[in-house]
Design a binder for this molecule. Structure first.
Ligand code: ZN
Length: 534
């Protein structure tokens, strides 16, 4: 057997193994979806046992010595110029299409796609191998205890009760960063779990610009004296009709209900159970229109990305989303840039009025449009609008970096939180429940996660500006209820690539420039300028 035939055999084995892991993982996702949408309360203990067992099996698969050996041999052979990195993508072995993994003996080559698959899998495996089993277990245990402690502390508005758990978690996350290693600062190592290959320095630079622009914009909106009448969204909206209307809207933007479902849950999410099975969820509130409607557009945006990933690469990095930030860019793009646009409502408002004649029959479109774009500084992130949301994220990003760098002690966190809320948003939480204790993330060890929400907004605005530049004025097609030009563009430019590019490379590839705060700032300035007469 020639050397290259040996490589092909190893590559086939790696692909087969990774796909089997993906199938096992998808079985765990089914359990997770069921847990959050259907499971009777009494069954939760057995479900936890099932999920923990599957998660353990999945974790073990990464440590398999044969899989590791194949990856080591392949990555050595595929190394361009003796240099390995996440971003290098030049194939060293001649090109060959990889519609499916090649059969042994039928070829003596691997192509650029194979190089990417191997590089991504090896990177992930090497990361996992760097974490000692004791640290992984301690992190999981502290996260479980932490979530419980956080829930209780939030209910009782008792930050001191949560403090020891958070201190322990920060200490463990520092250890994790040291084990993994990092380019410039410990936060880089944690950010990498959510935004692979991205550096804290780059994220901080673009978010700093965003803060400098948004803090004065929010102040000008407050001073404008213009206020939306949001009470028109808080009338009775029968749940059955909401359900019909949101399904109509999700289908109109392209969500494929033959390969997906919409169900109810408490905290909405999107999950993928297989290459043709994407589940989105929502929570209906009879007394409020926005939560379910924009929530479904958001989750359907995640779903469009999942449904647009190449099925032939299912279970391999080329069939998976780039990063959390890029995923969030798709939900935000459909929720905000499309769903809160004037053109979208030119088409959908008359339909909404037919569905909800009592609530919306006499409401002028201008007032409705203003109400769904209401901007007002608030205390709670998940209720925040398109503009102020980013300031909520900035506060968390700055604080978690300071905690990790030992610039801020956990004991001083509530005061630091309140000070930043006053400075950036002009509001001060009356208690920790509506302040520092509002999010689950830190208790669960999710440090480095928050910035991906704002990265999503930034990527979304930059992609959308490029789509408009390529396709012309999208408002015309939105006004006709036609969203296919945009969806086709996103499928072609973003979805079909899977993880071919890192997030930074994808932004460069699609928009011919680096990530910048400018497209988002320009979008918000223009839109809010006309709504608030600025
Ligand atoms: Zn999302």
């Amino acid at each position: 057997m020639s050397i290259t035939n040996d490589l092909v055999r190893r590559y086939e084995a790696v692909c087969h193994y990774a796909r089997r892991s993906a199938v096992l993982s998808s079985a765990n996702e089914v359990l997770g979806w069921d847990e959050r949408t259907q499971l009777p309360a009494g069954a939760s203990e057995h479900r936890a046992e099932q999920s923990t067992l599957l998660a353990g099996l999945l974790h073990q698969r990464w440590a398999d010595p044969t899989f590791a050996e194949h990856l080591d041999v392949l990555s050595e052979a595929l190394k361009p110029n003796g240099h390995d990195s996440l971003t290098a993508s030049k194939p060293v072995i001649s090109e060959q299409r990889l519609e499916a993994a090649p059969k042994s003996g039928t070829t003596d080559s691997l192509d650029g796609a194979a190089a990417i698959v191997v590089r991504r899998l090896k990177r992930e495996r090497d990361k996992k191998a760097k974490l000692p089993q004791t640290l992984v277990e301690e992190l999981a245990r502290t996260a479980a205890l932490g979530e419980h402690a956080w829930q209780e502390a939030r209910e009782k508005d008792d930050f001191p009760a949560f403090r020891p758990l958070l201190e322990r978690m920060i200490g463990l996350k520092r250890q994790q960063a040291e084990c993994l290693g990092y380019a410039e600062c410990p936060y880089d190592a944690l950010l990498d779990d959510f935004e692979p290959g991205e550096l804290t320095r780059n994220v901080a630079a673009v978010l700093d610009t965003l803060r400098e622009e948004l803090v004065p914009l929010v102040a000008r909106i407050r001073q404008s004296g213009r206020r939306a009448d949001t009470s028109l969204l808080a009338r009775p909206f029968p749940i059955e009709t909401q359900d019909r209307f949101v399904r109509e809207a999700a289908a109109a933007i392209g969500f494929d209900f033959n390969r997906g479902r919409l169900d109810e849950t408490v905290h909405p999410f999107c999950t993928t159970l297989g290459p043709h099975d994407c589940r989105i969820t929502t929570h209906y509130n009879e007394q409020h229109f926005s939560a379910a409607f924009f929530g479904v557009l958001h989750e359907a945006g995640h779903g469009l990305y999942e449904q647009g990933l190449p099925v032939r690469y299912y279970g391999l990095p080329l069939g998976e989303a780039v990063s959390l930030g890029i995923h969030e860019s798709q939900s935000r793009l459909w929720e905000n840039l499309v769903g809160r646009s004037r053109a979208f409502w030119n088409h959908f408002f008359p339909i909404a009025q037919k569905h909800f004649p009592a609530a919306l029959g006499g409401v002028p479109l201008d007032e409705f449009y203003m109400a769904v774009n209401d901007v007002r500084p608030s205390l709670v992130r998940i209720e925040a609008d398109e503009v102020t949301y980013n300031l909520h994220i900035l506060i968390r990003f700055e604080l978690e970096r300071a905690l990790l760098d030992d610039q801020l002690q956990v004991a001083d966190l509530p005061a630091a939180w309140n000070e930043k809320y006053q400075r950036y948003l002009g509001v001060t939480p009356p208690d920790n429940r509506s302040g520092v204790l509002q999010d689950v993330h830190w208790s669960a060890g999710l440090i480095g996660y928050f910035p991906t929400y704002s990265l999503g907004n930034l990527y979304a605005a930059q992609f959308f500006a490029q789509a408009e530049s390529d396709l012309g004025n999208l408002a015309l097609s939105f006004g006709r209820g036609d969203f296919h030009p945009l969806l086709d563009w996103l499928r072609e430019r973003i979805y079909r690539h899977g993880q071919r590019f890192t997030a930074a490379e994808l932004v460069q590839e699609v928009t011919s420039r680096k990530l910048s705060a400018r497209p988002l700032v320009e979008h918000l300035r223009a839109k809010m300028g006309s709504l608030y007469d600025l």
